[in-house]
Design a protein around this ligand. Sequence first.
Ligand SMILES: [Zn+2]
Length: 107
Amino acid sequence: MYEALKTFLEKATPVDSIPADCIILVQRAKGYDIERDNKFWKIEGNKSQVRDIVCAYCSHQVVMSNNAYRDYLANGKKNKVVCAECMKLELKKQKNEKASATILSRD
Ligand SMILES: [Zn+2]
């Protein structure tokens, strides 16, 4: 797994419900196998399915777990939904921006 994404996920805190100002990290629907992916989850809320939702960056249709989808609807669909591929690019971009900022601040 991409290192920045791994670090990001390790810092993530599991919550009972997702606040409306949080980004929901999802996977793209393309390549998703409902049987294969859901057999790892015993709890129904953790099981996913393809939703009528697209990634905020790439507009690809995405997969979302039942729990996340429930919260997304409860939040009036206000959460920013980002696929793992775009999150990786965003983190990389932010890391680069941070690196550039560090270089720029050095007089
Ligand atoms: Zn995306």
